[in-house]
Design a protein around this ligand. Sequence first.
Ligand SMILES: Nc1ncnc2c1ncn2[C@@H]1O[C@H](COP(=O)(O)OP(=O)(O)OP(=O)(O)O)[C@@H](O)[C@H]1O
Length: 239
Amino acid sequence: MLKVVNLTKRFGGLVAVNGVDFDVEQGEVVGLLGPNGSGKSTVMNLISGALPRTLGEIDFDGQRIDGKPPHRIAKLGLSRTFQLVRLTPSLKIRDNVILPLAFGAFPVFGSEAVKRADAALEQVGLAGRGDGPVQDLNYIDQKRLELARAIVTNPKMLLLDEWMAGLNPTELRTAMDLIAGLRDSGMTILLVEHIMEAVRALCPRCIVMSAGTKIADGPTETVLADADVIEAYLGKAHV
Ligand SMILES: Nc1ncnc2c1ncn2[C@@H]1O[C@H](COP(=O)(O)OP(=O)(O)OP(=O)(O)O)[C@@H](O)[C@H]1O
């Protein structure tokens, strides 16, 4: 589904992503882990087209996507959430979900758009809330709405960038259940996440980055027990 080859991003003299290779197969849920500043968000931004790559190749669903603008990549069926919730507060809850539909692969308007938006809202636990203002939503509900916006276009793959950050333990459980539901429906997901409980529960496989380089890729429990991974997170003294 997704193939990343020799992906490299330089910001001036800083190599934020350095020759990273990995594949994600259809239906996989893969965690992208690593300490702060290791290059995870940059990888997500390169895949979604938010940032241009310096070197390397990205293929999605059989097509080369590096060099394409974000809206073209989204139209191919690659959807994402952002580290910080990005809602349009002046629009009603439902209209926030209609927005990506109107600009999707096959633009949908009118009553069909309302139907699709309401189905997405129901899927994330916001049934019946479409007419309300965004200001009425608490933090977990804003997260739900962001997820509804990402899934309303029926993407082939979802990129979640620390979507569960900042949730309390009860909200985290709800959020994990929502992602598990998407996984069980067959969605392909690449997720950047610092919450290990969520990673262990949702991701059978993890990729770990450190200082821009991929240092591990494999079954989650094996990867998390790897000496290089522990060292990258905690420093040499803990290994
Ligand atoms: N637009 C930018 N301009 C310059 N440097 C950047 C830019 N974006 C990221 N960086 C740098 O690239 C490196 C990787 O950052 P990135 O945000 O990808 O890491 P991360 O693993 O996602 O970290 P975190 O877990 O803290 O979000 C860091 O050193 C960061 O300061």
